[in-house]
Design a protein around this ligand. Structure first.
Ligand code: NAP
Length: 263
């Protein structure tokens, strides 16, 4: 008897951590559905993974910061008769700068992508995940553990993702579905360009882990069914330390660590 086929849907698979996660799933024999706006980049990745790992890779162009982007993606996948046994809600980005100066529309679009899309895709694919006793990975961030001056809305979106993930992990355990919140610290990817944060002391002059390193560790945590995974000892220590520190001290510390570095 042949083993049942497994298919993973990865959002934000055109670059960075999502692209590297796609490789991890493919190595493990998952067929893939890749979703993001960058279709050409995902097609190049799909060709490479299909050839190297003999899996089927479906590429779907999707803008997931629109109101109905997540619903359209679900409808598209169902129209192709694909059952999803692993969902990686990974697409996301941040905006760097003082909240008083930032435009509202990009903040709302980021909230749509980082939070609403995660909830909608999780809700719509849950029947598949329950039927297959599948796995859910939500890319949160170490930003989830404390407030983040200069990236106030982004940090808040990741706190949402972490809280949501841990809560449904408890609800879904009896149904055989595991939920993992992957919480990377600063990681080399397209993130810094998109967030326009190269001046931030968080990343300026720092040697960051690669997306491949973070995805490989995150993938292993997903396979273990670990609920919250923070790659990197220092990231883990920092995330734990905020539990025992007064919140205003933590906020001031993050403000100091994040502020635009003087050139
Ligand atoms: N890098 C870090 O320092 C870091 C740290 C902690 C957490 N994270 C989180 O890790 C996740 C992946 O980010 P990354 O670091 O890999 O950054 P990245 O290289 O910029 O990748 C972001 C991915 O999200 C996709 N995306 C952005 N807007 C989208 C939209 N409107 N619709 C569909 N897809 C969209 C992008 O694809 P298209 O542009 O092609 O649509 C891209 O594939 C994010 O959730 C991020 O918040 C990153």
């Amino acid at each position: 008897m042949t083993a049942p086929t497994k298919t993973a849907l990865i959002t934000g698979a055109s670059s960075g951590i999502g692209k590297a996660l796609a490789s991890e799933f493919a190595k493990d024999g998952y067929h893939l559905v890749l979703a993001a706006r960058g279709v050409a980049k995902m097609q190049t990745l799909a060709d490479e993974l299909q050839q190297r790992h003999k899996v089927t890779v479906t590429v779907i162009g999707a803008d997931l910061e629109t109101n109905d982007g997540a619903q359209k993606l679900h409808a598209d996948i169902k129209a192709r008769n694909i059952t999803i046994s692993a969902l990686a809600n990974n697409a996301g980005y941040g905006n760097f700068g003082e909240f008083k100066d930032s435009a509202l529309a990009p903040e709302l679009a980021m909230m749509q992508l980082n939070m609403n899309t995660v909830v909608v895709l999780t809700k719509l694919f849950l029947p598949d995940l329950i039927a297959t006793r599948g796995k859910l990975l939500n890319t949160a961030s170490t930003a989830a553990f404390q407030p983040g001056p200069y990236m106030a809305v982004y940090y808040a979106t990741k706190a949402f993702v972490l809280s949501f993930s841990e809560a449904i992990a408890a609800e879904l355990a009896p149904h055989g579905v595991t939920v993992t919140a992957l919480c990377p610290g600063p990681t080399a990817s397209g993130f810094q360009d998109k967030a326009d944060m190269h001046a931030s002391a968080l990343v300026k002059g720092k040697k960051l882990p690669t997306s491949e390193e973070v995805a490989a560790k995150g993938y292993r945590a997903l396979q273990r069914g670990q609920r919250v995974y923070i790659p990197g000892c220092m990231n883990w220590l920092l995330a734990q330390s905020v539990r025992f520190s007064p919140r205003n001290v933590v906020t001031a510390l993050v403000q100091h660590m994040s502020k635009p570095a003087v050139a």
